[in-house]
Structures are given as structure tokens and as C-alpha cells.
Design a protein around this ligand. Structure first.
Ligand code: DGL
Length: 268
């Protein structure tokens, strides 16, 4: 049964990365309430099999719908790559991934040489090159798995020589391909976008997934008459499958304000 218009928007990620998307959604749609689930018990998704990621995603998304979510945003590129179709089939509410709006933006901008940085799961899935071939056939696409960025970011190493060395290692082959735009195809990466942008230089445009996705979600929910009306808004809720104080402190950096994480025992 479709959820009520005044219900929350459900989002999920393997951990805190999806909070970059939550932040953009909260800014773009200040009247909406967010219900966020970080599957910290299974982080990282990027190293898992498609079957495992699909199973976790189905359980979490159904859980969010059971809690009243009127739409689901898969705030994770790894899960968007391998679980989107399964979620669309399984759920009775609109489902959004973080890939299609970015592919549409590459097509809209007529990018000639686009680079993709993502987790192993995202890059192995081949979803970005396949969708870009269909929608932006003139764009030459190069994709690199850049998995070291996630553990560095999760360790709260957001500046300094370790981060610089990791970015440099991935920037060299990317710059050698003369890309004109780079998709940060992992929801963790925007938190270090400035550092990546500095290394890539002014000739490479960074495509900011959270803002592009938030625009798309806002437009689509608006078109479908699913934006909230006048009901008073309860606070956002943030759940994790395994709570640690370290997650809570880094979550604040991702969301840009202090938030309380609640452990949710979805996995028993
Ligand atoms: N945030 C996830 C993504 O966008 C990556 C983190 C992970 O590997 O779990 O793919």
C-alpha cells in the first residue's frame, strides 16, 4: 500500500557515506523528514558480492517502508549498482538510485571524456559505462576502483599526507587519460571533494552526486504529488545496525550538524 504523503523519505547506505545525500536532501527539501539507515554491521559494501549487497538492501528498504517511508533513496553507489532493479520489483513505493541522475547530468553537460571513481562493487558491475553508453554515447568513459578512500574517510582522515597520498595514487592514471569531468561515484567521497578537486585541477569538473540526486528526487516527488503538505514535521531519524561512538562522531561531519545515531536491531 503506498505510504502517506506526509511519511518520511527513507535512505540507506552501508554506513555514514549516504549522509552526504541526506544532507543535500535536507537542504533541498527542508519540509521533508528523513529516515536514515546506515548498515554499519556490514560495512564496507564495496568489497561484498552482488548477492550479499542485494540481500542487505532488500531487508533494509523493506524495513524503512514498514516504518512508513513513502519513497526509498539508495544513498550508496554500490547498492544502486547491483540492487536497484530488485528493489523496484519488490517495493510499492518509488525507489531512487544515485546513478541515473548523474548519468543524465553527464549527458546534459555533453561531457566528452568522463572518469568514474567508485568502489570495487560499483566498478565491477559495469553499470556506469553501460548506462552512459545508452544515454551519453559521445562520452568516452574510463572507470577506476578507488577503494582505499572509504577506509581512510571512515578513519576520519580528512586532511593530510595519508589522504593526499591515496588521492594522488588514483589521480595520476585519471589525469593521464585527460578526463574533463570526474564522477565521485561513492557517497563517501564528497566529504573530501575539495581535496580531490585540488589534485585534479581546474580542467576537471567534479560532478557532485548528492546535489544532483537531491534535485532529481525533489522534482520527481513533486511531479508525483508526494511532497509533504502542511503537517508538522518530526525530527529526522538516524539508525545504524551496529553503533559505535566513532560512527556518531564522523556522522556529524558528513551531515554537517550533530546527530544522534540509534542502534536498530534489524539483523537480530
Ligand atoms: N558509500 C558506499 C558507496 O557509495 C561505499 C562504501 C562501502 O564500500 O560500503 O558505494
Amino acid at each position: 500500500m503506498p505510504a502517506a504523503v506526509d511519511g518520511p523519505i527513507g535512505l540507506f547506505d552501508s554506513g555514514v557515506g549516504g549522509l552526504t545525500v541526506a544532507r543535500a536532501l535536507a537542504d533541498r527539501l527542508p519540509g521533508e523528514r528523513l529516515l536514515y539507515f546506515g548498515d554499519t554491521a556490514h560495512l564496507p559494501y564495496g568489497d561484498k558480492s552482488p548477492e550479499a549487497i542485494r540481500g542487505y538492501s532488500l531487508s533494509i528498504a523493506q524495513h524503512l517502508v514498514d516504518l512508513g517511508a513513502k519513497a526509498i533513496v539508495i544513498a550508496c553507489n554500490s547498492a544502486s549498482s547491483v540492487a536497484y532493479d530488485a528493489l523496484v520489483d519488490a517495493l510499492s513505493v518509488p525507489v531512487f538510485n544515485v546513478i541515473d541522475p548523474v548519468v543524465a547530468e553527464v549527458a546534459r553537460l555533453k561531457v566528452k571524456r568522463v572518469g568514474i571513481w567508485g568502489t570495487k562493487a560499483t566498478i565491477k558491475s559495469g553499470v556506469f559505462p553501460a548506462k552512459l553508453a545508452a544515454q551519453a554515447p559521445d562520452a568516452a568513459v574510463r572507470a577506476w576502483a578507488t577503494p582505499l578512500l572509504v577506509p581512510v574517510i571512515e578513519e576520519n582522515i580528512l586532511h593530510g599526507p595519508i589522504l593526499d597520498a591515496v588521492i594522488d595514487g588514483y589521480a595520476r592514471p585519471t589525469l593521464a587519460e585527460d578526463v574533463t569531468a570526474l564522477v565521485l561515484a561513492c557517497t563517501h567521497y564528497p566529504i573530501v571533494a575539495a581535496q580531490i578537486g585540488q589534485r585534479m585541477g581546474a580542467n576537471v569538473a567534479l560532478l557532485s552526486t548528492p546535489q544532483i540526486v537531491a534535485e532529481h528526487v525533489a522534482a520527481t516527488l513533486g511531479d508525483r504529488g508526494l511532497l509533504r503538505t502542511a503537517a508538522p514535521k518530526a525530527p529526522h531519524e538516524f539508525m545504524v545496525s551496529d553503533y559505535t561512538p566513532a560512527f556518531e562522531s564522523i556522522a556529524q561531519q558528513f551531515f554537517g550538524e550533530a546527530i544522534a545515531l540509534r542502534e536498530d536491531h534489524l539483523w537480530g
